[in-house]
Design a protein around this ligand. Sequence first.
Ligand code: LIP
Length: 296
Amino acid sequence: MSNADLTHIESVLTDVALKAGAIIKEKTGTAVFEDKKNAVDLVTETDKAVEDMIREKLSTAFPDFKFMGEESFSGGDNAALSDAPTFIVDPIDGTTNFIHGFPYACTSLGLSIDKEPVVGVIYNPFLDHLYTGVKDKGSYLITNAATDSPIKAALPLKKPAQKLTLQSSIIGIEWGSDRVGNNFDTKCATFRNLSGGHDGAGFCHGFRSLGSAAMNFSAVAAGYLDAYWEGGCWAWDVCAGWVILKEAGGFVAGGNKGVWNPPVDSRKYLAVRSAPEAEQKAFVEEFWGQIDGSLE
Ligand code: LIP
């Protein structure tokens, strides 16, 4: 598919994301939630309504493309990701934030071809921030996105002053929705290692938890976070952010030691901000050295 085609797809995804954002904002404060697999894995009627709207618009515009959405998948439509052009969609990433009114919920719309993320659009309607990325065409943050005077800036937003090292980093982390078992234990032990379990000496400057994988990827792409480590989320949480980060000079390694090229549906990732490649690789190795266990 040509770059022109991908740019056209990006503009359609942008329109759809802005429409989704308008619905999400209108429903804020009215969210009635249900549990999915457990009491911290939540869904609302708005997640489902927004996904239905997105699916309808995208299948009309691109009838030959496949669709993988969080709520359709939970509803039993769970075919594995194939090489075919596939929209990978989270109608509301950060559903818990949406329910609580914490303004870091977004719509995440990605396109993968040959299982590679090639277009990504992420829209946070509460901040009116739109992140976009197209393979080989760069990535951007557009503020005031839903107004008549949007402001577009190339990512990353800042050239970090510091060398990328584990010791000088702030790292995005999430508990996720698995609060027992292997991944929970691996995260707890690793958080301890990274935060100062060694004779009181901190190994990183701190953690941040935005409550949305797409928002965490966007923050790494912007350069606000140095890295984001996750185990347990899904392709729809990361597909759009993946393109945006890579086009911003970032790097996505596996969430477990030794995995340099994780597939987008591998469910465990270490996303690293823009820096010289040797620094990124040294950071990844150093981070992996602190992982206590192995994510599933
Ligand atoms: C959430 C993610 C979050 C992750 C959770 C969950 P949701 O998505 O973005 O970062 O830790 O496990 O998947 O449920 O809000 O769409």
